[in-house]
Design a protein around this ligand. Structure first.
Ligand SMILES: *Cc1c(COP(=O)(O)O)cnc(C)c1O
Length: 361
């Protein structure tokens, strides 16, 4: 038996075991080809099927309307930080962002290269520990941008901001895509690096409303045009076949176990287990995020000293609880409990944290 630990890393992150086993089984001979999926042509009929299955699974699981395109692109979510403004900007119109820290700050930095950026709200005043409430984007904006889950700080949007009907809402859903149902039609563009919730690093899912492709400027490099990738079904150049293939397996698995609705049920249950430990610890564990903004994906917390935190991380590792150190910009601890983290993993962590408290208080 292979030894598997409970992996709380923020990304790349844990994948469902049945997905890894299936990949292992098929590694040397994919679909009876006598070749690995990494060795077959991306123009072959076997690859066509992987790609079209992956697309239909995204459509089915998320309820993507027919007037949206599903794209698989390289360069991570960080590449979309500049592709969004590059493809959607409109002369004379500002681009509006909400700054919830970390990745959204990086997205804003890139947008600044292309035109006027308005930050209509920020939670920087309180170390990005909350999601600004009652947000309304303005008329006359090229697009509105949010980060639906803030991986570093452990905050998550639990409501929809108000957006004028002719302004496309763009959301970076890298760390909570498919963790709960969303209404795709409320968005112009959704993008997500796969390595948190739907697969391995190296591939980014982009869902874009068709009419927005008309905005894509002619005079930008071909690889940076969403329109080209949409027309070529993400096969303009050689795509990262292995990451897409693993995403396909993970999406199949998600469907098999009950889809995105079931993921939401599990994620709520899992997050509650950890937040309950924090809330009943009499301040031994201090949650970073304000209660109304708590993430179901990344639970961030601190302890009285960094020595104690280091000790907690180390002793956790010795028990097979891996990746609990907080992001360097926030400090403290973080348990990333994405779709693929099991309830058993979360309960084992909760038990450990209770024990650690009683031994170190
Ligand atoms: C991890 C992450 C990113 C960066 O993704 P890359 O694929 O490494 O570029 C962007 N946004 C959010 C919300 C993330 O969690």
């Amino acid at each position: 038996m292979t030894k598997r630990v409970y992996n709380f890393y923020p990304g790349p992150a844990t994948l469902p075991l049945p997905v890894l086993e299936r990949a292992q089984e098929e590694l040397l001979d994919f679909a009876g080809t006598g070749m690995s999926v990494m060795e077959i042509s991306h123009r072959s009929k076997e690859w066509d099927k992987v790609m079209s299955d992956a697309n239909s699974l995204v459509r089915e699981l998320m309820g993507v309307p027919t007037d949206y395109k599903v794209l698989w692109l390289s360069g991570g979510a960080s590449t979309q930080f500049f592709m969004v403004p590059l493809n959607l900007q409109q002369p004379g119109k500002p681009m509006e962002y909400v700054n919830t820290g970390g990745w959204s700050t990086k997205a804003i930095k890139e947008a600044n290269l292309y035109g006027e950026v308005k930050i209509i709200a920020s939670s920087e005043d309180k170390k990005f520990s909350y999601i600004p409430q009652n947000i309304e984007f303005n008329e006359g904006t090229a697009f509105a941008h949010i980060s639906s889950n803030n991986t570093l700080y452990g905050t998550e949007w639990h409501y929809m901001p108000k957006v004028p009907s002719d302004v496309p809402l763009v959301s970076d859903m890298s760390s909570n895509i498919m963790s709960k149902p969303v209404k795709v039609k409320d968005y112009g563009v959704i993008y997500a690096g796969a390595q948190k919730n739907i697969g391995p690093a190296g591939i980014t899912l982009v869902i874009v409303r068709e009419d927005l492709l008309d905005r894509v400027p002619e005079n930008i490099p071909t690889m940076q045009k969403w329109k080209i990738h949409a027309e070529r079904n993400s096969l303009y150049n050689t795509p990262p076949v292995f990451p897409i293939y693993i995403c396909k397996l993970a999406l199949e698995y998600t469907k098999e176990v009950g889809g995105v609705k079931e993921m939401e049920r599990r994620n709520e249950e899992k997050a509650k287990v950890i937040y309950d430990v924090i809330d009943s610890s009499d301040g031994f564990y201090e949650g970073h995020a304000r209660e109304d903004s708590r993430s179901l994906m990344n639970v961030t917390f601190t302890m009285a000293s960094s020595e104690l935190e280091d000790k907690c991380v180390k002793e956790g590792e010795a028990r097979g609880l891996i990746g609990l150190k907080g992001h360097r910009s926030v400090g403290g601890m973080r348990a990333s409990i994405y779709n693929a983290m099991t309830i058993d993993g979360v309960k084992t962590l909760a038990e450990y944290l209770r024990e650690f408290q009683s031994e170190n208080q």
